[in-house]
Design a binder for this molecule. Structure first.
Ligand code: MG
Length: 258
């Protein structure tokens, strides 16, 4: 089993990075692991913490239409270069937190995606250098108000609502290139999305290099690598589960904002 890096909050509100043990206890680190965090003597039992999103990014840089079959289902060609957009850091929620359906939208879609976690400051990197800046991998749901995306022509509003970036449940360091991503709605079979990571048009090292020509990537930043074919609408009350082989699964319910 790959090492699983988590971020947690205690009942007293303290936030820590840590290593998840097989018995669900968490070994606490003294800093984020990509900033050379070391194990401490503190270990928390499963009933002493709740999982947060596994990092706290300064920004989330996302890539549109990075799987050919998804570009086709959207009725558009595959971009010649990566198509970038940003999601605000306030979109991030943990596994098991609710996605809030915005009052402003009548069509909200799930988008299961592989997320890259940046470990080191990255400026104008080559793809070779970029590979070493990718500290690990987690799972994301790039939730999108599809009607507002079409209406606005640019994507800030459609992609930027609070809770529109479920992230987690933890980070792993290694991922098989052939790992399969699957999305399930309400546990129904078959999955609504199923693709392998190596079907991406632009690979992770290329994406990080490309983005770093534009903006400095900081430790803990997140890159969303695009969604495969099979996007679809969610309804209030739905549970959306995104799985990636070798990582685990991220599961969130859709709800009205409380
Ligand atoms: Mg997306």
């Amino acid at each position: 089993m790959a090492q699983r890096y988590v971020r947690i909050q205690t009942g007293e509100g303290q936030i820590y990075y840590g290593l998840l043990q097989l018995n669900r206890a968490v070994q606490i680190l003294d800093a984020p692991p990509w900033l050379k965090g070391q194990s401490t003597d503190l270990e928390l039992a499963p009933d002493q913490y709740q999982l947060l999103a596994p990092c706290s990014p300064s920004k989330i840089v996302a890539v549109g239409k990075n799987y050919a079959n998804h570009a086709a289902e959207m009725g558009t060609p595959v971009p010649k270069e990566p198509l970038l957009f940003l999601k605000p850091s306030t979109t991030v929620i943990a596994t098991e937190s609710d996605i809030f359906y915005p009052l402003l939208s009548q069509r909200v879609d799930y988008e299961g995606e592989l997320a890259l976690v940046i470990g080191e400051r990255c400026v104008e990197c080559t793809p070779e250098e970029a590979q070493s800046k990718i500290w690990g991998y987690t799972i994301a749901n790039d939730v999108t108000a599809r009607d507002l995306q079409a209406q606005d022509g640019q994507w800030t509003r459609a992609k930027g609502f609070d809770t529109f970036c479920p992230l987690g449940p933890w980070i792993v360091r290694e991922l098989s290139p052939g790992a399969r991503l699957q999305t399930f709605v309400n546990d129904r079979q078959p999955p609504v999305q199923s693709a392998t990571i190596d079907q991406m048009v632009f690979a992770p090292d290329f994406l990080v290099s490309y983005i770093s020509q534009v903006m400095t990537l900081l430790p803990g930043d997140i890159i969303l690598t695009g969604t495969p074919e099979g996007v679809g609408a969610v309804q209030i009350g739905d549970r959306i589960r995104v799985e990636i082989e070798g990582i685990g699964y991220l599961e969130n319910s859709v709800n009205v904002r409380k």
